[in-house]
Ligand binder design. Sequence first.
Ligand code: 13P
Length: 251
Amino acid sequence: MRQQIVAGNWKMNKTLEEGVELTKAILDKINQPKGLVVVAPPLTHLQEIGRLLSTKKSFHLSAQNCHQEEKGAYTGEVSADMLVSVGCSFVILGHSERRQYFKESNATLAAKVNISLAKGLRPIFCCGEPLNIRETETHVAYVAKQLKASLFHLSETEFRKVVIAYEPIWAIGTGKTASSLQAQEMHKSIRDLVAKKYGKAVANDTTILYGGSCNAQNAAELFAQPDVDGGLIGGASLKADDFAVIVGALK
Ligand code: 13P
């Protein structure tokens, strides 16, 4: 069955103390969500925040990245095993900020997807086009290429564990949201692509989240679209009230 999910990507925000406070407020304000609530704090906070999240049903801990190698001499990096050992069940992979600032390629991301799945983490795999690609109306092909290159080598069983997040880069942190029709168009094309590769049943069960200036005001309209199964939230996930409204907008 297709899961509805709202995931909060805190990015590089909040000290541990602030993060704990935010998590407590989130847990306090969100009761009986219609889907899963995933919180992705910075690495340093995972264990403590994971402990808080584990006290309530439907709440899950995610990392924002992991290294593609199992272990070894990779100073400053963190492995999938380590993330599992502190309670993560999800990991965000392929965020446009990682692709842009840390030069993560489709091939590197395929390796990160592989190690995550092998270690029992569910990837929240991000895709999305920059503004110039949207302007030349080649966004559907651009996103298809990202997905094919990093995900379509997976077996059906593996693919079923992946959550896809469509995040148009021009909408991230800009206050410029994709319209619900633009989101629906892309989400439908992603689902069709998955159907072509893995069949209709798998496509129908695939969770596809929208991300990019999704907030308390526009979440309900976005989530009402038939192929939008929730959101990956940046800025608005840093405010418990707003995040709770967004979770409440799940269908
Ligand atoms: P904003 O919600 O701040 O636009 O960020 C979206 C995002 O990048 C989530 O991963």
